[in-house]
Design a binder for this molecule. Structure first.
Ligand SMILES: *Cc1c(COP(=O)(O)O)cnc(C)c1O
Length: 701
């Protein structure tokens, strides 16, 4: 295909969707028309793939996650489809600069941080490797808040991603489902079988919006299905015609609340009713969709474990376990034992954290009132598991393994008991969950536990984010690494090649200059591209220890104040971090960083040597700009706390040197690159644990 072909498609879209021509269209309309052309190409490719998948009867992967932090799509899709040059020319021929169009797309913040970004990278990877995969999440009207710094403090503003993000979505009004919340359960006998029916419930309609996610070369396509909530049968016509408009409308707005906004807490659980409703809404709609498709293709639900892998990313979608049981028993006539076999053999669970404040525990009263039938099933799972433990003579159920405990439902234990495969996200973390968090359950189900160390889509984080470096790597070792990252090993030949190293240095400097220019344009601030860029970008959290980094910088500052002529490598410390709105300590650290940033900018005696920069509204797009320009990667969490980390991988792949603790995936990075290529410091996880054990707990308070 030539660029003229795509030019024609864009012109047709402009006309068909906006009644516009290249000369009358706004840039925003050109942006949307371009996206729609790409969306059509991906949908056509997906349809071709579907025929293949159905013919071969391939097993499908379903990835359930409350968050998908996909980042912008236009550039990514063009890159993956190999169409960047053609579209560049096609748009240039109608007087539009492609690079300018990229900025019309808001970064869809449908996630908090690493967990949501992992889900997005998996979609890319599954598409590239040709697995038939569908991700499920919620079509939040508002994603993670937009952060603004006002008088050094974080202010949260609504994230308006839909106006520019909606173009990627294909509404599937033929594939909607009903989700029931509240009410009570009525039981009765029917043909000698006990039947359960949820009565008096609020009925929420789940409407799917599909986003196509391209893999490398555009051959594979994953689908991200986002559910939007609304009241079933929009409003009560009787009430409306009686003149009771407000009651009639209220049901609508209550249901719509479910897909209104993403909870902004990362690694911290929120025991709110709305959050529970969101989780159940996601799980119920997704499972109904999976089951309906499975029956259409294979007829027999006994085949579900053979044909479908349903993955729950952290415990947020753990209600998938009782919900699948409910659908199999109440809607499809299975008895408990068969339903349980199917459920356990279909569902797999990834644990993302060992922080106790992040482990989800729902109050029994809340689950019972909001999800009465689901609660019955959870207590039966708990009862049967307890009986099984008591019967096996090992001394019965241990409190640590129970699902129902202390008037709460513990989602992590439910996830382990209801899944056939359980993984942590780095070697160290997987060992910690086996030996600490799930110690007793591990002794019951040793074969279920495994490790899957996190990874990143290097096509986005290297090829696309750092085109100059990618082009140079192509020159050195060819482009096979785009599909197989292990080919990057071939670069080892050049470790002492002076010309290659010089070129790498030049590329880094170019990227630093580009970042400095971007900052100047956005904020008016000037940073020195010849200073060393030392970067810590991640959610603000005490365990990630941004404060420790700040204290180090303050000590440098004081040294320079004492002796302004001290020999000192000029450094720019760059932070990017959002804090959950209710996390007061984290917000104070943001304030401290911003005060320090002002102070270092103001003080003429030190500003050429030491600068601090806080970049507002850290998100995927900003990460893509900053990571190629970074030289030191701060990965300094308290050992044993960071499950994996992924910015450690992004930064290292772009030539930043890691300054890190022996935590999460840093451990495996250290093993691969060797001590001479990483500054590792601090206690190991087991040393840190020993210190905790030795501390007299009472002395802490
Ligand atoms: C990769 C990424 C993260 C995860 O960073 P960690 O340092 O691993 O916690 C968070 N937010 C964004 C926007 C990312 O791209």
């Amino acid at each position: 295909m030539t660029y003229e072909y795509y030019r024609q498609l864009i012109i047709e879209k402009l006309s068909g969707s906006f009644a516009a021509s290249p000369s009358t269209a706004s840039k925003e309309q050109v942006y949307k028309a371009t996206c729609l052309v790409l969306r059509d190409i991906l949908i056509a490719q997906k349809q071709r793939n579907n025929m293949e998948i159905e013919k071969k009867g391939l097993k499908r992967v379903y990835y359930l996650c409350m968050e998908f932090l996909v980042g912008r799509s236009l550039k990514n899709n063009l890159f993956n489809l190999g169409l960047t040059d053609d579209f560049d020319k096609a748009l240039a021929s109608i007087g539009i600069d492609l690079d300018e169009l990229y900025d019309y797309e808001a970064d869809p913040g449908l996630g908090n941080g690493g967990l949501g970004r992992l889900a997005a990278c998996f979609m890319d990877s599954l598409a590239t490797l040709g697995y038939p995969a569908m991700g499920f999440s919620i079509r939040y009207d508002y994603g993670l808040f937009r952060q603004k710094i006002v008088e050094n403090m974080q202010v949260e503003l609504p994230d308006l991603w839909l106006p520019s993000g909606e173009v990627w979505m294909l509404p599937r009004s033929d594939k909607n489902f009903k989700v029931l919340l509240g009410g009570y359960v009525e039981t009765h006998m029917e043909n000698g079988k006990l039947r359960f029916e949820q009565k008096g419930a609020e009925v929420v309609e789940a409407m799917p919006y599909d986003v196509m996610i391209s893999g490398a070369d555009g051959k594979g396509v994953s689908v991200l299905r986002l559910w939007k909530a609304s009241a079933y049968r929009s409003f009560d016509m009787q009430k409306f015609s009686r003149g009771d408009y407000f009651t009639a409308m209220r049901a609508d707005s209550e249901a719509e609340l479910i897909s209104k906004v993403l909870y902004p807490s990362d690694d911290h659980y929120e025991g709110k009713q709305l959050r529970l409703s969101q989780q159940y809404f996601l799980v119920s709609a997704s499972l109904q969709s999976i089951i309906k498709d499975h029956i259409k293709w294979y007829g027999d639900l006994k085949l579900l474990p053979q044909k479908a892998a349903i993955h729950i990313n952290d415990t947020h979608p753990a209600l998938a376990i009782p919900e699948l049981m409910r659908l199999l028993m109440d809607e499809h006539g299975f008895g408990w034992d068969d339903a349980w076999d199917i459920t356990v053999n279909t569902i797999a669970y990834t644990n993302h954290t060992v922080l106790s404040e992040a482990l989800e525990k729902w109050d029994i009263e809340l689950v019972q009132s909001r999800l009465p039938r689901i609660y019955m099933i959870i207590s039966e799972i708990d009862r049967r598991f307890t009986a099984q433990m008591n019967a096996c003579g090992k001394g019965g159920i241990l409190p640590s393994s129970a699902i129902l405990w202390d008037r709460q439902v513990r989602m992590a234990n439910l996830s382990v008991i209801g899944s056939h495969s359980i993984n942590g996200v780095s070697e160290l973390h997987s060992n910690i969950i086996k030996n600490n968090v799930f110690k007793d359950l591990y002794s019951v189900f040793p074969d279920r536990f495994t490790n899957v160390t996190n990874g990143i889509a290097h096509r986005r984080w290297l090829c696309q984010a750092n085109p100059e470096l990618a082009a140079f790597i192509n020159e050195l070792i060819g482009d096979g690494y785009k599909l197989d990252a292990s080919e990057l090993d071939k670069l080892e030949k050049f470790t002492s090649d002076k010309t290659a190293l010089k070129r790498l240095g030049e590329i880094k400097l170019d990227n630093k200059k580009a970042f400095a220019q971007f900052i100047k344009k956005e904020t008016g601030e000037e940073i020195d591209p010849y200073s060393r860029f030392d970067v810590q970008i991640k959610r603000l959290h005490e365990y990630k220890r941004q404060l420790m980094n700040v204290l180090k910088i303050i000590s440098y500052y004081l040294e320079l104040k004492d002796d302004p002529n001290k020999s000192f490598t000029p450094q720019t410390f760059i932070f990017g971090a959002k804090a959950a709105g209710g996390y007061a300590h984290a917000k104070r650290v943001i304030m401290l960083i911003n005060c320090l940033a002002k102070e270092t900018a103001r003080d003429a005696a030190i500003r050429d040597k030491l600068r601090v920069l806080f970049v507002e509204n850290y998100n995927v797009t900003l990460a893509e700009r900053l990571i190629p320009a970074s030289e030191v990667s701060e990965q300094i969490s308290l050992a044993g706390k960071e499950a994996s980390g992924t910015s450690n991988m992004k930064l290292m792949m772009n030539g930043a040197i890691t300054l890190g603790t022996v935590d999460g995936a840093n451990v495996e990075i250290l093993e691969r690159v060797g001590r001479e290529n990483m500054f590792a410091f601090g206690l190991t996880a087991s040393e840190a644990q020993r210190v905790w054990n030795e501390v007299d707990a009472s002395a802490l308070y």
